[in-house]
Design a protein around this ligand. Structure first.
Ligand SMILES: Nc1nc2c(ncn2[C@@H]2O[C@H](COP(=O)(O)OP(=O)(O)OP(=O)(O)O)[C@@H](O)[C@H]2O)c(=O)[nH]1
Ligand SMILES: [Mg+2]
Length: 251
């Protein structure tokens, strides 16, 4: 159950899903297409988005926090653009899901290599999922199809529903092996872990030939006490002092 906490975090807060790519590839258009309304400004001017734009949405009961980011490029001079790129790279580091938007109607360029390098650099350490899309599929293709890359068009809407389905399906598989409850509260997570520590101490102790029964019983009692926290059996005095010691609660 303690291990399910990570999954619980996704249920409670949503999957952090970022849209990244070079300028003008259609990232803001994709955010708008996924949301179903014109949240971000779209223009043909490269570098339109400078700040990150975040929006929460539910697909098939699963929450996602989508973030549109500034286009990544190597030769940004404008300080606003530069800061936007720093932020975009931060999102590569911290997202659960990355949607990498490339322009199907343009050949790969050096900025795209930079995006690839940034993904590679920050990818391995995390369990981030990468979804690659070729946008502007309504225009003449300037690159070969790529296995595992979806062709979409934010202009015509082609491929958008399939992309949504793919994003949802990948997350559903995360929960499919979950037969029982998922932990969503930090307090419950801590109680489960504390209980586990006591159980491990108990297991270690009883491996000794002449272990002391009262010590073993003490560990089991502590383990149970931690669980009663979750079951609501703890007396309220204890719970209140715990809450007051951890949070800044006003009068
Ligand atoms: N033909 C066609 N044009 C598209 C498509 N998607 C986006 N565009 C156009 O491409 C241009 C750039 O789109 P944006 O969504 O602003 O691109 P962006 O990646 O957010 O750009 P930056 O914010 O500058 O990084 C706009 O003129 C869009 O109308 C598409 O699927 N087909
Ligand atoms: Mg944009």
């Amino acid at each position: 159950m303690a291990e399910s906490f990570e999954k619980g975090r996704f249920i409670k807060n949503g999957f952090k899903t970022s849209i990244i790519g070079i300028p003008n590839s259609g990232k803001s258009s994709l955010l708008n297409a996924l949301l179903g309304y014109k949240r971000a400004i779209v223009t043909k001017i490269s570098g339109t988005t400078t700040d990150t734009i975040e929006e929460k949405i539910n697909f098939s009961g699963i929450s996602f926090i989508f973030t549109d980011t500034a286009g990544i490029k190597t030769d940004a001079k404008n300080p606003i653009e530069k800061e936007g790129i720093v932020r975009a790279i931060d999102f590569i580091k911290t997202s659960d899901i990355l949607i990498w938007v490339m322009d199907y109607s343009k050949k790969p360029c050096k900025n795209e290599k930079e995006v690839e390098a940034q993904i590679k650099k920050h990818f391995a350490a995390k369990k981030t999922q990468l979804i690659k899309v070729f946008n502007k599929s309504d225009l003449k293709h300037e690159r070969p199809t790529e296995k595992g890359t979806m062709a979409i068009s934010c202009k015509t809407g082609s491929g958008i529903e399939q992309l949504k389905k793919l994003i949802v399906k990948r997350q559903e598989t995360l929960f499919s092996d979950q037969s029982s409850a998922i932990i969503t509260s930090m307090r419950h997570y801590q109680a489960l872990n504390n209980s586990l520590v006591e159980i491990k101490l108990f297991q270690k102790l009883i491996k000794n030939k002449n272990f002391r029964l009262e010590l073993a019983a003490e560990h089991l009692k502590s383990a149970l006490n931690e669980l009663s926290d979750i079951l609501g059996e703890t007396n309220s005095e204890e719970l209140l002092s715990n809450i007051f010691s951890k949070f800044c609660v006003g009068k």
